[in-house]
Design a protein around this ligand. Sequence first.
Ligand SMILES: [Zn+2]
Length: 241
Amino acid sequence: MHEDLFELDVDVQVVSGAYMHWQMVNMYQAVQNVVVRIRSKNSTSEAALLMNSHFDSKPGSPGAGDDGTMVVILLETLRVLATTRQTFTHPIVFLFNGAEENPLQASHGFVTQHEWAKNCKAVINLDSAGSGGRELLFQSGPNHSWLMKIYRNTAKRSFATTFAEEIFQSGIIPSDSDFRIFKNFGHIPGLDIAHFKNGYVYHTKFDRIDVIPRGTLQRTGDNILALARAFSNSTELKDPE
Ligand SMILES: [Zn+2]
């Protein structure tokens, strides 16, 4: 890391709490988040970009796609940011959350209790419902059209469709993502992005690293790094309203 340019804070949050998930009381005790904040030393910004992935997996599944792929992409994004002599305006908070499958407990613990959460003004959520392929931007907002404007102008290989958003938000897919927790409990708008190809392996013992093409990591990584830089340099992040 370029220590003359950047400051890195690492925190392991152990958190307990409760919330209503659909019709279920979802209580959790001592779930863990690994949280890393990178800040340019010349920055005085109070606003931050949040980037989330989860390192837990469905019991019995190796979880290479869900969500190991996105975890390594975020780690690599962090490495590139910290080792390139290119500063950015707003700090970036990397959340490696440890209880997504339970469901969505660790993101709730972060957004309601972590001291850095209140500074997060937008979120990029990275998850998977398959393994490999190209990542799909399937939810954005709510409102905040500047999010999509940045995505359109930034992502090298953009891939988004409102059709996916309509299907997902109709509830016919029995699935949910941390995006909803950030939105409902943190009032943080953002982008929800996931791999979906080869969905047959999702949440099974076949979600293995050997079925994920290396090109997927490069493709998604290029997009995510570009988005991280664009959001962290955007004027909108300072005051999204
Ligand atoms: Zn997941």
